[in-house]
Design a protein around this ligand. Structure first.
Ligand SMILES: *Cc1c(COP(=O)(O)O)cnc(C)c1O
Length: 352
């Protein structure tokens, strides 16, 4: 970590590779494009891409991310979910041999206006129910036909994204699948459907490319299933240090807003990490592991510290504190803060 904060981030690339193998086990016949957007969910895009030597390609959200991968020697297929938004950006797509997702009709206009004969591949991203980026169903046939006439383009695959894959039994998953199948059967082209949750739930098995993100980083994409149950190993570990132990009396309060009052005389630990280091400010009673022993946050998270309840454990100043990692699942911490692991991991990535 290059920051001058005390929190210490470590990334276990062996665990990353293990999680990649879990993907291969579930979908051995699909190619895999690990999703490395947002600095690989906070894990460092370049080190993740370099370490996943068995990946068939990669996927990012934005053009600049894809260019950074190319300029650092990644020569596999790179899908750009947001594609391009100008002729200049399209030129970069061609120059760097990137694979854009096309989700707007005006992006097809830009492709048509470009008269170069080249051989880029694209994805036609269709809106089967996610309602975010994607061509409306009524426009898919004409869009696909337009793409097929463009000299610049070699292959146009079909891509969709689930809105509710984290709840495998959700009715909308099947609706989305049916809409997608109707179109993909017409064209017999490459397909890409599944994110982590859909891979794990085996929502859609026959596709050319899967797009796992969060499961590679060892967090569970499925509501009510832990990462351990899914045989995923945590990749990031966030550590800090116990810097003070206060013996407070019954009735004394801890932290901003007096939100914790000691119910008895008790030892309270102060740990040198806070929301300034990417720890979620809204965490309530989140678990931490002090020198390997589980205990919980008390009071509010400050910018550079948190307080923990030391009543049940043995601790001395200088002990290491795991905020999430092998002992404390990032999913548990996210739950205690009313958010998802994705957000916590990405926040850390900004500090890398
Ligand atoms: C981010 C993203 C993914 C990866 O999703 P996970 O839930 O992290 O597996 C896949 N496809 C698209 C289009 C995405 O935006």
């Amino acid at each position: 970590m290059t920051s001058n904060r005390a929190a210490n981030i470590s990334i276990d690339l062996t665990a990353l590779q293990h999680n990649f193998q879990q993907v291969k086990k579930i979908v051995p016949d699909s190619q895999v494009m690990p999703v490395v957007k947002a600095n690989a969910y906070g894990h460092g895009m370049l080190q993740v891409a370099k370490s996943l030597t068995q990946a068939d390609g990669f996927a990012v959200a934005q053009l600049a991310e894809a260019i950074a991968l190319r300029e650092n020697g990644v020569d596999k297929s790179i899908t750009v979910f947001q594609g391009f938004s100008s002729q200049e950006q399209l030129q970069q797509i061609i120059q760097y041999d990137l694979r854009p997702a096309i989700s707007q009709l005006w992006q097809i206009d830009l492709l048509e206006a470009n008269q170069q004969a080249s051989s880029i591949n694209v994805w036609l991203k269709i809106n089967t129910g996610m309602g975010r980026l994607g061509i409306q169903l009524d426009d898919v046939q004409s869009s696909y036909q337009r793409l097929q006439k463009i000299k610049l383009i070699d292959q146009s695959g079909l891509m969709m994204h689930f809105a509710n894959a984290d709840e495998p039994a959700h009715i909308s998953n099947q609706t989305q699948i049916n809409r997608f199948l109707k179109l993909s059967e017409l064209y017999k082209t490459q397909t890409s459907v599944s994110n982590s949750a859909a891979i794990i739930s085996e929502l859609f098995m026959r596709q050319d490319w899967v797009r796992p993100g969060i499961m590679l980083y060892g967090s569970s994409p499925i509501i009510n299933k832990t990462a351990a149950e899914l045989h995923l190993k945590p990749v990031m570990s966030l550590q800090a240090e116990l810097i003070a132990i206060n013996h407070l009396k019954k009735g004394q309060t801890v932290g901003y807003g007096d939100s914790w009052t000691c119910p008895e005389d008790m030892p309270v630990g102060i740990v040198n990490i806070g929301y300034g280091d990417g720890y979620p400010r809204h965490a309530v009673s989140a678990p931490v592991a002090v020198n390997g022993q589980r205990c919980h946050l008390i009071g509010r998270v400050s910018m550079d510290s948190i307080a923990v309840d030391l009543r049940e454990i043995q601790a001395v100043c200088g002990d290491s504190v795991e905020c999430w990692g092998k002992q404390i699942s990032v999913d548990e911490v996210a739950l205690s803060a009313g958010t998802i692991s994705y957000e916590l991991l990405c926040n850390i990535g900004r500090l890398l």
